[in-house]
Design a binder for this molecule. Sequence first.
Ligand code: HEC
Length: 728
Amino acid sequence: MTATARLAALILPVCLLATACSKTADQDQGAEHGGEHAGSGAEHAGHSAEKVAAVDTARIIAADSEPGSWMSHGRTYDEQRHSPLKGINASNVGKLGLAWTHRLDVDRGTEATPIVVDGVMYTTGAYSMVYALNPVTGEQLWKYDPEVNRATGGKGCCGVVNRGVAVWDGKVFIGVYDGRLEALDAKTGEVLWSKVTVDQSKNYTITGAPRVVDGKVLIGNGGAEFGVRGYISAYDANTGEMLWRWFTVPGNPAEPPENEAMKVAQKTWHGDTYWKQGGGGTVWDSMAYDPDTGFLIIGTGNGSPWNIKYRSEGKGDNLYLSSIVALDVDTGEYQWHYQTTPGDTWDYTATQHIILADLEIDGEQRKVAMQAPKNGFFYVVDRTNGELISAEAFVPMNWASGIDDNGRPIKLPAGDYSEEPKIVTPSPFGAHNWQPMSYNPDTGLVYIPAQITALLFEDFGQTPAQALNVWNIGLAPLKMPEAPAELAGVGEQFKGMLLAWDPVAQKAAWTVDYASPWNGGTLSTAGNLVFQGTADGRAAAYNAKTGELLWDTPANTGVIAAPMTYEIDGEQYVTFMAGWGGTFALVGAGAFEEIVRRRSESRVLTFKLGGKQSLPEPANIPVAVPTPPPVQATPEQIDIGRQLYHGLCVGCHGASAISGGLVPDLRYMKEDTHKIFGGIVAGAYAKRGMPSFGHVLPPEQTALIHQYVIKRSHDLVAQLEAQDEDAE
Ligand code: HEC
């Protein structure tokens, strides 16, 4: 196997054992409380006591008439993330400096887009914590901690992250990791209502931002790696009453389908077990609203399990997985769909950001929806009826050669792993993941945080039915490269870039290459700028027409969230939520040593022209040579430990026991920690976010994992010593 293939096998935590969820709560992992108020001490932004978060549909639709506000997740209902502000522009952006910073409580990944309206910024951090800040000074007005049970972190695939709140009529709405949807008083943070939107006995989680249309709070969820059935629901903003729910995939065929759309969908699924495993299709991120048609346009996720062989007898389109779907926002009734990956078997979600725009195509004005999902094609769809207008590959890929006249991918044998293992690109990290893109109507370009990644897909047999609530994807456990040279080889195969894409011509206008995948979402502004944070720890701005780097500054930590901008008293600000995290940071980043050495530090960083504040020194992870105890197991036993590790621990501690910088690198464990290894795995650190495996992992298996980690620690010592010798 090539190094790429081995490295490509990175992210396959197929578990045979259930993850226990201890009920103990709560202590922050990175409890370095907020309040580096490096602000200038300016007056409170002037909001009157009556009018806070006074947002409604008409106000969001008229957002361009108050460009200083950012009232909804993607700024406007069309989710273009393009601000008309140009106080900061291509000629002066070099003078940007820090106006203020605000340290968040938990350093486990920061993905939120803040909302700024009526003089207040509302944003979120890990474990669904909500912060209301003064947008001029960074001073905290209030904070709400929904007290997510820290021991349940393993219920999600990709970190205890949150992508932000919605505001409406004096209220702030937060989707909580454990499946709650809550309404807070925008003035105080007090809980007004709280609803559990999921079956909490299953591994549903919420990380996405709600949207609000006409008093309906719209929220989906995630969990398709564990066996759940996807849906989106609407709740009454005032009362919390559920108004409608639309499932994305059919349920038990022995029962009548919920609606006509489910009846149609049922015919595209095979066998009689898919519904027991949930089917997937979760609505975990994207939504856009079109006021002209009244359609809510959502993206749906991958199949559950990933491998179609175990989901649908290896055949069928499996509607409405990996699809763009339009629903009537009032009733939740299905309107149209376009399926990006029929019969998905690669985790090719279509939950990626959807942007609505009006484009001139072939001399005709078209109302379109645009998406760059994980599968690597850029789609332009007629948003009134779902008809495909065009689709082209925006990264190199080997699973399909194009899209045929019927709008279906032309699949290639290279992507078919049903008979033998195959390295497929894009990987489940995606050619583009949740990091928002943006669209500038002046340049006509879409700015995509794109990436090139690959993965070894290997059929592994079905996960036993009793193992629901663990990773259940029907693929092989990991085979990781462990020699440094091989690992480096892998790292070289993974690339990140900022890609400026012309959606009419369906081709790249320019690209900027990055040190690694997993860079931040983008913000476009009328100042001819594109802002983006980077995995290597910078906040940056580019010329929107040419891609020329005009400004960058250290952020101390990888930046994955999308920046946003607002204006108060004639001064324009740009905010980056900094904080390394998410699935690639947890599992795959180990190959990028200079990136993972940065400790994740969650912060709100707000810039303005002439800002004079500075960041504290980055708290890079120290590299002290570990002194592990001797290995006391045979190579065969260590290999079992390695398999168990990659089934149960890789999702947080990283492939090949190399941490992506977010949770401790187990190779560096201290002597005392080695002594209590068994206790930690059995739940001693559950309150700190290290799940308990006590009920499912017998002590002798824990001991094998320990031996594997010790072996990896010795590998590291040898590597460091070799480097020292080279240096001498
Ligand atoms: C859902 C994420 C998650 C998973 C899965 C997970 N861990 Fe952890 N683990 C953590 C976090 C977070 C910490 C740090 C807790 C703290 O703040 O001290 C941790 C800490 C540890 C520590 C202490 C390390 C030190 O140097 O202090 C050990 C040992 C450990 N984990 C072993 C394991 C093993 C073995 C597995 C698999 C059986 C595993 N973990 C799976 C999140 C996880």
